[in-house]
Design a protein around this ligand. Structure first.
Ligand SMILES: NC(=O)c1ccc[n+]([C@@H]2O[C@H](COP(=O)([O-])OP(=O)(O)OC[C@H]3O[C@@H](n4cnc5c(N)ncnc54)[C@H](OP(=O)(O)O)[C@@H]3O)[C@@H](O)[C@H]2O)c1
Length: 240
């Protein structure tokens, strides 16, 4: 019998790749990146569904294919793909604002809409949205990025409540994971003087590693976490 399916968006590198490597043993994975060639290291033995999720047409087509090709066994979606285009809001072009809103917020909303329909039929399923500690704290030069991440928290909490209103007995859970500063391509782009400032704010006195986010996701997907719902789980070395 095929294992339950888990979609991981942005599985080509960073946190998504670490999740793919860790979850492959327990689930049948649907891996996503913007282009198939970016996924090369992680595709073996997994399904692949690629799209530029900041593009309205590609996003709609992706959602249709997710439902039609994987709706039968879909157990979870991990909305992980995201971008941070750090800049003062004064100088941020509208096109960059639109891109962050589309990829970081609208895409998880549309993918969750499909997932909630599928999960509603089985009364079981998990959505994990990758938020960020800056969604709670705010961060200079990340105003739009932080807004998208805060939006995901409110969205996830609302869906968790909605599932309870729609279904008497169910195991549908909607969660956020909020990483602090984790070493990936995304944080490699941060200048060294800022990296040092962040380090001073982390009680653990080190940056986080991608596998530490992947381990959290693995636990949240499991039945050991059945009583955790509508929560935003911080994984940030104590940074507040
Ligand atoms: N790293 C951190 O410290 C940190 C902290 C807080 C929150 N997060 C969040 O965690 C998530 C993963 O971060 P990361 O550090 O692993 O980032 P990353 O290494 O930059 O990887 C980003 C992923 O998103 C995909 N992606 C980018 N643009 C896309 C588009 N237009 N359409 C579809 N996919 C696209 C990339 O695919 P391609 O290879 O095809 O471009 C890649 O797989 C993000 O949502 C991020 O905001 C990260």
């Amino acid at each position: 019998m095929e294992k339950p399916k888990v979609l991981i968006t942005g599985a080509s590198k960073g946190l998504g790749l670490a999740m793919a490597e860790l979850l492959a043993a327990d689930y049948s994975l649907i891996l996503h990146a913007s282009k198939i060639e970016n996924l090369a290291p992680a595709t073996a033995g997994n399904y692949v569904l690629c799209a530029d999720l900041s593009d309205k047409n590609e996003l709609n087509n992706f959602c249709k294919r997710l439902k039609n090709e994987h709706g039968d066994l879909l157990y979870a979606v991990i909305n992980n793909a995201g971008i941070a285009l750090d800049k003062s809001i004064i100088f941020q072009p509208e096109a960059e604002i639109d891109k962050m809103l589309a990829l970081n917020l609208k895409a998880p909303i549309m993918i969750s809409k499909v997932a909630m329909k599928i999960f509603g039929l089985k009364k079981r399923g998990v959505i994990i949205n990758l938020s960020s500690s800056v969604g709670e704290t705010g961060n200079a030069f990340q105003a739009v990025y932080a807004a998208t991440k805060a939006g995901l928290v409110a969205f996830s909490k609302s869906l968790a409540k909605e599932a309870a209103m729609l279904h008497d007995e169910h195991q549908i859970r909607v969660l956020c994971v909020s990483p602090g500063f984790i070493e990936t391509n995304m944080t490699d782009a941060i200048p060294e003087n800022y990296r040092q400032k962040y380090l001073e704010m982390i009680p653990a006195k080190r940056y986080g590693q991608a596998h530490e986010i992947a381990e959290t996701v693995r636990f949240l997907l499991s039945d050991k976490a059945l009583y955790i719902n509508g929560a935003n789980i911080p994984v940030n070395g104590g940074m507040v």
